[in-house]
Design a protein around this ligand. Structure first.
Ligand code: HEC
Ligand code: HEC
Length: 237
């Protein structure tokens, strides 16, 4: 072996040894944090029952959770934060009506009320695991897929988030639902910060408000919607 080759060999050995030490150190550090990252203290009996339902109904056959499962249907790691408890129960108990207009088919797995509650508790627990923003599309600052499409087509993030979360009940310029008031001139009444707060807690602005609290709308979306609506003064802009 020439001197050069021998040096290269020792550099390789040294490098491999150092990398191994770093790798083992990081692995040990991660394991040390598991209890806190998964908030193991909140692992109630209901959460455990929900996990058993998840397994017995084979939800993994179509869905992915924490990286395990099939990508036929939406990733459910953060579904609790994405759509909330009532929508989860509706999806699980009556998929044929919840997804009536969709080309993909979620089967009715004859989930009982008790099982639906347990599954929801399990999915809530999973959604609170700190897995460093994985999957990335459900990062709290990220936009939803449909918001990304709408902003790609030229809408502002606020307008896209308004369309996605509010228009089934509110209208602007005559377009939208009628169960809440039209918001054409709402900018004359409230500023962006007040609207952002109202979305999370309508009662804080108007005690006794009939609007449901939309706690699942992310902070960034609430702010963007607030800025968008604060500009609605009934003028041409
Ligand atoms: C045979 C495949 C299949 C199985 C098994 C299945 N699902 Fe689904 N699920 C789907 C599909 C497909 C969708 C998306 C429907 C759509 O958007 O049209 C869906 C949607 C959902 C949604 C709404 C997701 C979202 O982001 O809006 C939830 C919640 C859900 N499923 C929960 C479950 C649970 C819990 C189980 C087990 C009890 C389960 N699913 C079993 C196919 C399946
Ligand atoms: C399920 C229907 C529903 C949804 C979804 C909804 N709202 Fe409302 N909203 C209402 C109703 C009903 C009221 C009237 C509340 C009252 O005064 O009793 C209201 C009131 C308001 C008001 C006060 C209007 C005023 O003149 O005082 C604002 C602002 C508002 N909503 C913004 C939003 C925004 C922004 C979103 C989406 C993030 C949203 N709403 C989603 C039903 C809804």
């Amino acid at each position: 072996m020439s001197l050069i080759n021998r040096n290269a060999f020792f550099i390789f050995l040294g490098g491999a040894a150092i990398s191994l030490v770093i790798f083992l150190g990081l692995t040990w550090d991660t394991h040390r944090q598991f209890g806190a990252l998964t908030h193991a203290d909140k692992l109630s009996e209901q959460v455990v029952s929900g996990k058993h339902v998840w397994e017995s109904k084979n939800c993994n056959e179509c869905h992915t959770i924490l990286g395990f499962g099939i990508y036929y249907a939406p990733d459910l790691t953060r579904v609790y934060k994405r759509i909330g408890p009532d929508s989860i129960k509706a999806a699980v108990k009556t998929p044929e009506t919840t997804f009536a207009t969709s080309f993909r088919k979620m089967p009715n797995l004859k989930v009982t009320d008790q099982e639906a509650n347990d599954l929801t508790a399990f999915l809530e627990w999973v959604s609170n695991i700190d897995n460093h923003d994985w999957p990335p599309q459900d990062n709290a600052e990220a936009m939803s897929a449909s918001e990304r499409r709408l902003t790609g087509a030229g809408l502002s993030r606020g307008a896209a988030a308004f369309k996605e979360n509010c228009m089934q009940c509110h209208s602007i310029g005559g377009t939208g639902g009628g169960s809440g008031p039209a918001l054409d001139t709402v900018g004359n009444k409230y500023n962006a910060a007040i609207i952002a707060g109202l979305i999370k807690d309508p009662g804080s602005v108007n005690a006794g408000s009939r609007m449901p609290a939309l706690s699942y709308v992310s902070d960034d979306d609430r702010q963007a919607i607030g800025e968008f609506l604060a500009k609605q003064g009934g003028g041409q802009s």
